[in-house]
Design a protein around this ligand. Structure first.
Ligand SMILES: [Zn+2]
Length: 438
């Protein structure tokens, strides 16, 4: 199949040739190739590349690309997508985006496709953990069925990679993980799914959880999770040490939820960085949320961000508008920290919001960070695509010859417009391993 006249992320018009599940050629459309100066720098580590791009000259290049695209002859309003034969798709008026990667979700929790959960949770967030733990079975939130529903929806919207945290606790043991692992097996040909053993109720405060976590790693979890060692375990040193000990024993990476505020979160983050360095786990630790980095206390975030960069710790952000302080994605990008995006809770007992759509999530992250310029929107697109692919180590990812033919066509003048306007329905066409969905 040949997809003709599609606009790429850099504003160039290209034809994409697909054979079976691979991209075999990417060819500039004659007379429309942009000059060399408009190309985004390639090569080197993503962190270095992003850093380069966040210099003023880098910004200019992306702005120029976006302007060139917007003033070109693509017209999403008038450009009809025509299929002249089964082998040629004229995609004039569409942009091609790399497949989306959701590096933080909870497949075992979603109520997608179920009755509406009436959220009358008590005001104290600490009680929400107990509420969910006590009621999820009674409400019929079957982990296998619900994971399948959300994965199906994610794939249909253009996601190819998912990292999901799955609850491990004394009440449910490994049953939730069992269900999500079964769903992962069912969808293994359509999406790369990583599972984090997630001690939602804490580890050291609830004896027996550590052993369950060890069992979770043995039966098939990919990463060791953790949550708020100070607030949940009331002993940040013991909590952090327990997480790293599990990771060391199983030789697996770590992904820790850290909601802790201000200086408390900064203290715990310091412990995480210390253990990462002490165990030579650079590049194998992710901190989800990292809200403390967004707190306004002077001098709090900068030294921590430098240390995160040094320890090669990545950050996952979700862009929830109902959270008061979140890290600045541009501050992290400028520091060279790998930052990825996730939906986190999708219509569950924690949040009534979310659709699983990572393009919508990119828009939400951009809005949450106050970003409006085209070049900044492209950075957020990267957060929800390339950066996540790097974190998950997705092989053959991207829009280039030899890459897996998984990508999204979105009706828009340019990629920045796709992020801001979130084309849906017939205005979004998903290719998954060379197959057109829908
Ligand atoms: Zn989460």
């Amino acid at each position: 199949m040949i997809i003709k006249n599609v606009t790429n992320r850099n504003g160039e018009r290209i034809d994409i040739t697909i054979e079976k599940s691979r991209i075999t050629a990417v060819t500039p459309v004659e007379g429309t190739a942009l000059q060399e100066s408009l190309k985004i720098p390639a090569g080197g580590s993503l962190g270095e590349s992003l850093k380069k791009e966040t210099t003023s000259s880098g910004y200019e290049k992306k702005v120029d690309a976006a302007k060139a695209c917007a003033s070109g002859n693509t017209d999403p309003q008038n450009g009809a997508l025509s299929l002249s034969s089964s082998d040629v798709l004229d995609a004039k008026g569409f942009v091609v985006l790399p497949s989306f990667v959701d590096t933080h979700t909870h497949l075992d929790k979603t109520t997608t496709g179920m009755d509406w959960y009436v959220n009358d949770n008590a005001p104290e967030l600490s009680s929400w953990v107990v509420n969910e733990r006590n009621r999820r079975t009674e409400l019929g939130i079957d982990p296998y069925r619900q994971a399948c529903r959300l994965i199906e929806r994610d794939i249909a919207q253009g996601t190819i990679g998912i990292r999901s945290h799955v609850d491990i606790d004394l009440e449910h043991g490994l049953t939730l993980l069992d269900g999500v692992m079964q769903a992962r097996e069912d969808y293994k040909d359509r999406a790369h799914i990583e599972l984090v053993a997630f001690p939602q109720s804490g580890i050291v405060a609830r004896p027996g959880t550590c052993e369950l976590m060890r069992d979770a790693m043995r039966i098939g979890a990919d990463l060791v999770g953790g949550i708020d060692p100070a607030l949940m375990d009331h002993d940040p040193v013991a909590g952090v040490n327990a997480i790293f000990k599990l990771a060391e024993e199983a030789d697996r990476p770590i992904d820790i939820h850290l909601h802790e505020p201000g200086h408390l979160g900064a203290f715990t983050m310091g412990l995480i960085i210390d253990r990462t360095k002490a165990l030579s786990m650079e590049g194998r630790v992710t901190i989800s949320h990292a809200f403390c980095l967004g707190y306004p206390e002077p001098g709090l975030a900068e030294p921590l961000i430098e240390r995160l960069k040094d320890a090669q710790i990545s950050i996952t952000t979700d862009g929830q508008a109902y959270i008061k302080y979140v890290p600045s994605v541009m501050q992290l990008i400028q520091a060279g920290v790998l930052i990825c995006g996730g939906n986190d809770n999708v219509r569950d007992m924690w949040s009534p919001y979310g659709s699983g759509d990572m393009l919508e999530r990119a828009m939400l992250i951009a809005m949450r960070n106050g970003l409006r310029r085209d070049d900044l929107l492209l950075h957020v697109l990267d957060i929800c695509t390339e950066n996540g692919a790097k974190l998950l180590g997705l092989p053959d990812y991207g829009i280039a010859p030899g890459c897996d033919a998984s990508f999204v066509l979105a009706r828009a003048h340019c990629a920045a417009e796709a992020v801001a306007q979130v084309p849906r329905g017939a205005d979004r066409i998903v290719f998954n391993h060379g197959k057109r969905l829908g």
